[in-house]
Design a protein around this ligand. Sequence first.
Ligand SMILES: [Zn+2]
Ligand SMILES: [Zn+2]
Length: 421
Amino acid sequence: MNEAKKNAGGAGFARIEIMMGMKKLTPLLKKLSTAGITGVTVFQALGCGIQHGSYEYAPEESTEIQLLPKTCLFIICEREAVSDLVELLKLELYTGHIGDGVGYRVIVNEKKYGRIEKRDSILPFFISIGGCPMLYDYHLHSEFSDDSHVPMEAQIERGIALGLDEMCFTDHVDYGIKKDWTDAGEIGWRGGDGVGTPKSSLEPLTNVHYPEYFAKLYRMKRTYGDKIAIKNGLEFGIQVHTIPQYEKLLKDYGDQLDFVLCSIHQVEDKEFWTGDFMKGRTQDEYNQRYYQEMLDVVKAFKGYDVLAHVDLIARYDPAGPIAFEKIQGILTEIFKIVIADGKGIELNTSSWHYGLKNTTPARDILRLYRSLGGRVLTMGSDAHKPEFLADHMQDAQNILRELGFTEVCTFEKHRPIAHKL
Ligand SMILES: [Zn+2]
Ligand SMILES: [Zn+2]
C-alpha cells in the first residue's frame, strides 16, 4: 500500500446519499454551503419506491411501476459532521407526505484508506478521497488469452496483495490471426520446437472462449468481490477488414463488457512480433502503414473505449522508435477522432519490463493527446504474469502528473469514471 493511502487512514470520511425531488435542491445547496459542505454531486434520475411511483401509500391499488423524476445528491463529509448534516437534511427536506420520494442513507468508510463504500454496492462508481489516487490495472491477461497460462485467481490474488482498488481483465481477441473456439475446422497451435513440446505448453491460435470467460469473471467477482473490484474487458486486436467480426462479437456479448481496448496487433494479417509485417518495407513505410490502419480503424469502428499501446510498433521496430515528427501528423488525425468520439488512450507500463527507453506510448505522444484536449486515459500493465501486474503504476502516475494530466479513468459498462491523479 502506498504512503498516501496509509497516511489517509485516520481521515474518516462518509458519504451521504439523498434521494429527493427537484424543487428543494436550490435551497438545500444554499444551506449546505452555509454549513461549509462543498463536496456535492447531483444526478437527475427516474425512480420509484414501495409506492410504485404513486404519491400516497396505497400499494394494493397500484401494481404498475410508474417512474417519477428524482434528484440524487452525494455529499462527501467528515464522519464527525454526519449527525449535524442529517439533522439539517431532515429539517430541510421533511414534507410530511408518505411517498414523497425523499430518503437518505449514510455510508461510512470501512477501509483504512479513502475507500468509502462496499464494492458490492449497487452504485456504479467509487470515489477516491483524501488525496489518494486510485491504484488499478486496466490491461491484463489470464489463461483465456492464447499467450498466457496464468489463472485469473493468480492475477487477482496478486492484485489484492498489491492493494489495488480495481482490475480489469482484457484478454485477447485477434480476428484474422486467431479463430473462435466455436469456429469450424481444426485449431492451429504455435510455440515449442514442433517435435517434443507437450500441447499444454503450446499456444492455441484462438480468441477468448467467451461463455467460459464471462462465467469465470462472475465467479471471480463472487469469490473476491469484497476485496477488489473486478471488471470485464477484452482487448481487440483489430484491423479494418476484421471490423465486422468485432461488431458481431459486441452484438453477442457487448452488454457483458465494461471495457474494450482497441489494439493494432497486426496489419494485413501480419504480426509485428514475428517481424512479418516489417519484411520488405522501410522504417518509414511500415510506420506509416501501421498508423494508417489505426486511423482507418478509429474512423470506422466505434465499439471500443480506449486505444491501447498507441506506438506498439516501436517495441518491435528493429530500427528503433521512429522520429516523433514523422508520425505527429497522422497521430493528430487519429487523436482528433478518438477525442471527438469520447474515447481514450492508455499508458501501458509494460515498457519497463521490455526495457524500453521511453514510455508506451512515448511522452511526446501523450503530450500531443493532451494538447488536443484528450482527457480520457487509463493505465495498464499488459501483464501476462502476476509478477508484472500493476508494474510501475506509481511511476506511471508520476509521469502523467508531470505531463499535466490530472485524472485517470476506470470504466463501468463503457462509461468512463474519472479519478483524481
Ligand atoms: Zn496488446
Ligand atoms: Zn495486452
